[in-house]
Design a binder for this molecule. Structure first.
Ligand code: PMT
Length: 220
């Protein structure tokens, strides 16, 4: 296995979905299991990094006592938690599936069924990654892009707009890739390079991502 190539580095990782409350019993969420983010956290820890893992609601667990886990529920909470640690982060890898919108009002009581149609008004959540890009000083910033169409173009757009050093693209069009699965198929994109990987376990994908990060980070 790898030597302690990330010794002395602080790596901040987000994982899982966010839940945006509608009322005390309902939320808007997504299918992220947290597997991708937890795999990256485990691998970074193996390589000697100080790992801070900020996770939305997931069933994922780690027995690794060296991984500092901070649990959050909503995108707003994830935002606040990320910025407690960002300043002292060397490498940030944002694999969480963050809700872009949240209900404008959260009902205090369970919403009752009636005969009428029902509409939920949504407002925009803060974009955590974009804000990190704006406030970037020394950090090496890695985003994810989950796409269903015009994958590369959209990923490159996010790399640019969010001021990232690299983006990890996965497409729901690829079988075995994305949410819930134990495998993923990624393409890594930087401003000057692009590298495509085969379908493999999320543990192996985590290694590919960190190998790439280390190579760039050591040059930057
Ligand atoms: O958890 P798993 O089941 O293992 O699945 C893994 C995964 C599919 C969730 C993961 O590989 C992945 O693609 N994560 C990013 C999902 C996503 O929300 O992508 P996006 O293209 O919508 O967002 C782009 C980037 O901006 C992401 O790094 C995201 O964390 C970030 N973002 C998005 C919205 C927002 N309000 N704030 C953000 O920081």
């Amino acid at each position: 296995s790898k030597s302690k190539t990330l010794e002395g580095k602080t790596v901040l990782i987000t994982a899982g979905p966010t839940y945006e409350a509608i009322d005390p019993v309902r939320f808007i969420g997504n299918h992220s299991s947290g597997k991708m983010g937890f795999s990256i956290a485990e691998e970074a820890e193996k390589r000697g990094a100080k790992v801070i893992l900020i996770s939305g609601p997931t069933a994922q667990k780690t027995n690794n006592k060296n991984i500092e886990i901070h649990k959050v529920t909503s995108a707003k909470e994830m935002f606040d938690e990320v910025f407690k640690f960002y300043k002292n982060t060397d490498i940030a890898i944002m694999s969480a599936a963050v809700a872009d919108y949240t209900p404008k009002f959260v009902a205090q009581e369970k919403i009752k069924k009636s005969d009428a149609e029902f509409t939920i008004e949504l407002v925009k959540n803060p974009d955590i990654l974009k804000t990190m890009g704006e406030e970037k000083s020394h950090q090496f910033l890695v985003g994810f892009a989950l796409e269903t169409q015009n994958e590369e173009e959209n990923a490159k757009g996010k790399l640019e707009k969010k001021n990232l050093d690299m983006i990890v693209l996965n497409s729901l069009k690829d079988e075995g890739a994305g949410f819930q699965k134990d495998t993923n198929k990624i393409k890594i994109i930087t401003k000057t390079e692009q590298k495509e990987f085969s379908l493999k376990s999320k543990e192996e994908v985590a290694k590919d991502i960190l190998n790439f990060v280390e190579e760039k980070f050591n040059k930057s």
